[in-house]
Ligand binder design. Sequence first.
Ligand code: BG6
Length: 477
Amino acid sequence: MKLSNNFLWGGAISANQTEGAYLADKKGLANFDMLPMNEMRLKDVYLDQENFFSDQEAYFPSHTAIDFYTNFVTDIQLLAEMGIKCFRFSIAWSRIFPKGIEAEPNAAGVAYYDALINELIKYDIEPLVTISHFDIPMYLVEHFGGWASREVVDFHFQFAKFLVNRYQNKIRYWIPFNEMNMLLHIPFIGGGLTFTTTENKLQKQYQAAHHQLIANAKIIEYGKKINSELQFGSMLAAGKTYAYTAKPEDNLATMLKERNLFFFGDVQARGKYPNYIKGYFEKNQIDISMAAGDEELLARNTVDFVSFSYYSSDCAAADEADMERVRTNGFTTVKNPYLTSRNHSWQIDPIGLRIMLNNLYDRYNLPLFIVENGLGTPDELTADLKIHDDYRIDYLKRHLAQMIQAVEEDHIELLGYTSWGCIDLVSVTEGKMSKRYGYIYVDKDDYGHGSGQRYKKDSYYWYQKVIGSNGENISEK
Ligand code: BG6
């Protein structure tokens, strides 16, 4: 089987990591705007302990980001010239409903997304929309406790319904939530959750997950009712987990760890809470409060496709004490001795992508979509304004080779591949510009200093050829 001629080659970004203009045109403050560029940003927020809310001196990178809000026309032009067929972006909730509770949307915010979507359509680029990408109005965090509150489901429904009504004839592919499983690792970012030191944290995280799962099902139900052509997808942060050794104990630990990921896919794709999670809830004194009709709603509204991000893989052992650990997406993992990394960052594992594609396809039997993949690392802008990012090309090439094998040899149904941060953006976990993923370089440093000018990297020309040849020429530069 070959990649189809309609294969959606593209790039992906999120609103909070690119737009900047964080209070422009009546936009409200979002959880992401509170995150400083320092090591505190990944820490859980305990309201009865020191947290980043009081750090007024810090630098907040989302406030300006790459100013995509004012540059989107020329940025999309550059991406169109690279040949992308699909563009994944997210809609900032607080740009449309600044506090999240308003009866009417903010006209200026709506006008911005109207223009952005029309720009994509002008170039025949398929929009792929994430409704919520680590983004919730701060008002809902402060007054309702974020996704811990059931009321937020209705506020979100109003937002999502507005988008689906307005863009149903322009946008076919919808991802209601980015990486829902991140609620377990970075709960303030994933759900605007805050804690007190005495409460059962897991209880709140899984209750918030239930609310997001319900919100997901509600918008699928509504979307399908008004337009049966619309396609809805789950989105998982999917790093393959390997057992550290062949010991059965390590393999059991691996299976249990993978449930942190599969739980979210299982509910969204199979329409019910899996039995294993009930045992986990009992063990951890978690008691999910469900409203009448919730189970039926979940069962009726499963996703059409399963999308995921893949950067790296994890490793698990029965006894992880004293084992060397490394950072990965949103948490740390036992170091895999067979993998290497660039600049001590996330371990690189292209084969893990093929395994993940197979694991997800075997489990869900639904079309898959790789909506994030890439290498985040510093680049150097040379004196003659070039960026020679062979290391990025190498990373992408090796991942694409595995992806193509998964389609050709394993016959995985794959809708597309949108690499992450096709234009440089602010990193989530580090808050830095210098963790760059793009094919397009943005001249800004970690503190937002710089001209903001855009430059094409070597990888830009490479990806142009990959797309132009529908994946035949991944090795050519
Ligand atoms: C994913 C997120 O988890 O990982 C993106 O959906 C994020 O928003 C990406 O940017 C890479 O992580 P980081 O920390 O390198 O930006």
